[in-house]
Design a protein around this ligand. Structure first.
Ligand code: NAI
Length: 331
């Protein structure tokens, strides 16, 4: 592979902008596809040396089969998570799957904190009220963030960055992770999940989606939480059972819900569906609650993060070309 040809899937204008800028020092041939990679679009990979995917591209057995047929063995993810790749099959077939593990964790952490502040101080409501010239404060009462206990689930890079931001507000911090991060231990107390649920006023999710963490936040978990708890999920949608969250909203157990990710976001996010009827009733219901704030997977979306993602993705492909390891390989 001298001048590698790379198919970049799920690409938007901003991806092209950041990838082209980063590519000045790599000189790859980059072709941008707006379409999602999945079994029905997999034929597009013919003639390329590597592909680059994003969070909602579906790299399942069928896609891997097609990649194999086309002689492609390199999948460069432009994200940290890799739950959208069939890793068992990819490993069996000898693929190299790389990711971008540590790009600006502060971008997601700051978004999580922005969601906490917006929900607490009801900025989403105030914004529309003021535009209607309604200056009444009824219903906008907030609390002091610094007086609250925040429970962080997952104390890796983003969890730690969130804790650093929240410690600036003076929050009491609890956290849970199967592995202790010594940096996190300086800011927060590690507790078991039940204690975190029982004592936290705000819970923020920063662990990856795995078989074990799938629907981690379900009916049983809500039952262990404080009344009026705030839940923020900027990690992966399927960490939360959305139907159980609706029940918890109705009962008042869940007082505030901030979602940057949603289990079935693959059919919704990253495109303009305004003017269309949405067929996901659970999502529609969530949007109807005044104490629910949804953003469309934009936690990562800062200028710094985009340029770091582009640079690392292309470095990962360059290393693969040279037969080198970067440490960003998923296995
Ligand atoms: P990381 O790998 O640095 O940290 C994840 C931590 O979660 C690790 O310490 C791990 O031990 C812990 N963990 C694993 N399973 C757990 C469980 N069942 N319970 C509690 N902790 C568990 O990952 P990083 O960079 O902090 O990213 C975290 C997640 O954020 C990613 O997996 C991804 O899903 C999500 N993300 C979301 C973005 C967005 O735009 N909204 C952008 C980037 C990442």
């Amino acid at each position: 592979m001298t001048k590698a040809r790379i198919a970049v899937f799920s690409s938007k204008s901003y991806d092209k902008h950041s990838m082209d800028a980063a590519n000045e020092k790599f000189g790859f041939e980059l072709d941008y596809y707006k379409t999602q990679l999945n079994a029905s679009t997999a034929k597009l990979v013919d003639g390329y040396d590597a592909i680059s995917c994003f969070v909602n591209d579906v790299v399942d057995t069928k896609v891997l089969e097609q990649l194999d047929k086309s002689g492609i063995k390199m999948i460069a993810l432009r994200c940290a998570g890799f739950n959208n790749v069939d890793l068992v099959e990819a490993k069996k077939r000898g693929f190299v799957v790389s990711r971008v593990p540590g790009y600006s964790p502060e971008s997601v952490a700051e978004h999580a904190v922005a969601m906490m502040l917006c929900l607490n101080r009801k900025l989403h409501k105030a914004y529309s009220r003021i535009r209607e010239h309604n200056f009444n404060l009824e219903g906008l009462l907030g609390f002091n963030l610094g007086s609250k206990t925040v429970g962080i689930i997952g104390t890796g890079k983003i969890g730690l960055a969130t804790m650093k931001a929240l410690s600036g507000f003076g929050c009491k911090l609890l956290c849970h992770d199967p592995y202790i991060n010594p940096e996190a231990e300086k800011l927060a107390t590690y507790v078991d999940l039940d204690t975190l649920y029982a004592q936290s006023d705000i819970i923020s999710l920063h662990c990856p989606l795995t078989e074990e963490s799938h629907h981690l936040i379900d009916h049983e978990a809500f039952a262990k939480m404080k009344d009026n708890v705030m839940l923020i999920n900027t990690s992966r949608g399927a960490l939360v059972n959305a139907s159980d969250a609706i029940e918890a909203l109705k009962s008042g157990r869940l007082g505030y819900l901030g979602l940057d990710v949603y289990e079935l976001e693959g059919d919704l996010f990253f495109r303009d569906l305004s003017g269309q009827v949405l067929h996901d009733d659970v999502f529609g219901l969530l949007l109807s609650y005044p104490n629910v704030l949804v953003t469309g997977h934009q936690g990562y979306f800062t200028d710094l993060a985009l340029s770091q993602i582009a640079d690392t993705t292309l470095s990962n492909i360059k290393a693969y070309q040279k037969g080198e390891q970067t440490g960003n390989e998923v296995f």
